[in-house]
Write a protein that binds this ligand. Sequence first.
Ligand SMILES: [Zn+2]
Length: 404
Amino acid sequence: MDFARQVIGPDRLGNWVIVEGDRVLRLGQGAVPEEAAAGQMECAGEVISMGAVNAHTHLYSGLAGFEMPEVEPKPRTFLEILERKWWRMDRALDAATLRAAARWYVAEAVLHGTTTIVDHHESPEFIEGSLDVIADACAELGVRALLCYGATERNGGRDEAERGLAECRRFIAENERPHIHGVVGLHASFTVSDETVAEAGAMCRELEVPLHVHLAEDLADVEDARSRGYDGPLERLEAQDALPEGSILAHGVWLDVGQVQRTVARRCWLVQNPRSNRANDVGYPESLRESPRVALGTDGWTSDLRTEGEALLEIGRDQDEDLAKLAARGLGSNLLAAELLHIPYAPDAGMWQAADLVVADEAGPRHVLAAGRWVVRDRKLTTGDVAEIKADAERAARELWARW
Ligand SMILES: [Zn+2]
């Protein structure tokens, strides 16, 4: 780590930041105070901003960009997309292919200025130890991460769910990597029984962590909860006492205004994933405007939060949204990370007190500092060899497609 005190800036707007280790010591504008002028990074042509946070994604999908085969017949519904593509892919993952996927995804993420990733993981044929593979990739390449295994019963029933929850418990108890944390995960209400939902809730209370779950992404999730005798998947989590404060609810497309207000009262986070929602044609989450606790995720798409934010505004324009409020989704992600990953942040200062910064120009991030470590310098990854990571991903992808 670069623990020496250094000055970053002044940037094009005259702002400068003094960092030491993984902390921001001071922020300012104009002339840099003399006593601070130790190492200085000039960036008169760039702008300093906070590192981006991806509030919901899937590192296991990192190989999808490497010639994923077309599936026949072409999936038409959300459930068909899951069954014919993503669930086939996650069942084919082993330790080596998962490692390759995670390293490629994280490398691309930091090059795009992402310094924190909230991941939701599933690899049914490789459950025990899977979170360590992902955590190692994040630690090696230098990104903060909040990890979980999304427990599900869709392949192996209750036994599979028990193993998924046990992997969360094991990781939360054993992980000692700095800047990486674990929570409890459920895939989604529609692939688990009441017993599994209740067990996940009890584990959250015992370990004092929130839950990360896909919620009301598609109408199918709502219909499933109704068929089980609940008003919807949110009510099902509430009934099983599985919605602790800080829980991350991905999507919420089919929540109504009252339901979103209840997530606010419970201090849960909702995460909007515009590119994914559009591609899966699940609908637009209009009730999310009722919550101040909404973050932005890429849901397995490349961790480029700038492109995700542009897609959000494009879609929001058609929905007559207040675009300024939509643009604040990225800030919501920063607040989520501050709260759940214990990153010091005073929103009034407009900057972390943690050394997670991006120095960018029109072409994108030039330098990226994550938890006090320069992970990108002059648009190059410093923590790994991108060519090697890419070659490994290409090799792993060929293996994965041959197997799935
Ligand atoms: Zn997702």
